[in-house]
Design a protein around this ligand. Structure first.
Ligand SMILES: C[S@@+](CC[C@H](N)C(=O)[O-])C[C@H]1O[C@@H](n2cnc3c(N)ncnc32)[C@H](O)[C@@H]1O
Length: 275
């Protein structure tokens, strides 16, 4: 029996072969990842694989936080329906019996729905905050920040939120990003302009550049970063995971690298306005 009072045994084993043992089937139904009779459709399977894989990648950092702190706090930003928060709670925070998951999302209706589901599930250490990531401040320290496919510059807002709340660990899977492509579009006379002349190449180059700048910015603020693939590209194109863990207050060398890179560009994104 689980905290849901239901069996964890999948009703349709063949549909659930990708699930971890111990996953609460009733939670997945409530999140509409599984149909009522326990089946998975292709979209849900993709989403679930991404989220479960992300949880696996976050495990070592989470385990360290749980070893070091009585009650680690994780903020999931741009949470949507809070899939990631619920699954993290069900697999990690719930079984540990301590710690808190805080979801932040601009759309109030999504937060209301998630709040109801958390109440029904007795996930009493989940909190839901309606608001924009760049203006929300959560009381107290946040140990870990996650932002899974937070749109465009919302990933940058997540980085600033992490710095504001002194988060030790930051996990970002950026979404579509328009800011840098838009800025490069106006820079046709720059010596490097061949890199972004064609719209499709501009989008790819800008996306890559945005994530390179995000990584360096985090390093300049004392984080060690690891950049990896989240899941195979057959599951999603938005597939880059930037996993950062703070080990010092600042890193002058990384800041120097970032400054040198920015000097070669015709423009700079808002994230690095203070560099
Ligand atoms: C593509 S969805 C991803 C949702 C969820 N993280 C997931 O992977 O299932 C992006 C979510 O971020 C929210 N969002 C975008 N910008 C935001 C901001 N600045 N502040 C708060 N939420 C934001 C959107 O409302 C949307 O629900």
């Amino acid at each position: 029996m689980t905290m849901w009072g239901m069996s964890r045994k999948p009703q349709k084993q063949e549909d659930l072969k990708d699930l971890w043992p111990g996953q609460s089937v009733e939670l997945l139904k409530a999140l509409h990842i599984l149909t009522r009779d326990g089946a998975l459709n292709a979209d849900s399977r993709r989403k679930l694989k991404q989220v479960l894989h992300l949880v696996q990648l976050l495990r070592p950092a989470l385990d360290r936080l749980f070893e070091e702190k009585e009650s680690p706090r994780l903020a999931d930003l741009g949470a949507g329906k809070s899939y990631l928060g619920f699954i993290l709670y069900d697999l990690v925070f719930g079984p540990k019996g301590r710690g808190e998951v805080i979801a932040v999302e601009a759309r109030g209706a999504l937060m209301e729905g998630a709040k109801r589901l958390a109440e029904q599930s007795a996930f009493d250490r989940m909190r839901f905050v309606e608001g924009a990531i760049d203006t929300v401040t959560v009381d107290g320290k946040i140990d870990m920040v996650t932002a899974l496919h937070a749109c465009d510059t919302a990933t940058d807002d997540a980085i600033r939120f992490a710095l504001r709340h002194d988060a030790r660990v930051v996990a970002l899977v950026p979404c579509c990003q328009a800011e840098v492509a838009r800025l490069l579009d106006g820079a046709a006379r720059h010596p490097l302009h061949q890199l972004w002349r064609h719209p499709i190449q501009r989008r790819e180059f800008a996306s890559n550049l945005t994530n390179v700048i995000r990584g360096l910015y985090l390093e300049a603020h004392g984080y060690k970063i690891r950049v990896t693939e989240l899941v195979g590209f057959e599951h999603t194109m938005k597939n880059e995971l930037i996993l950062a863990e703070r080990h010092q207050r600042a890193n002058a060398q990384a800041k120097g690298e970032l400054v040198a890179l920015l000097k070669q560009l015709p423009t700079r994104p808002a994230l690095v306005a203070d560099i």
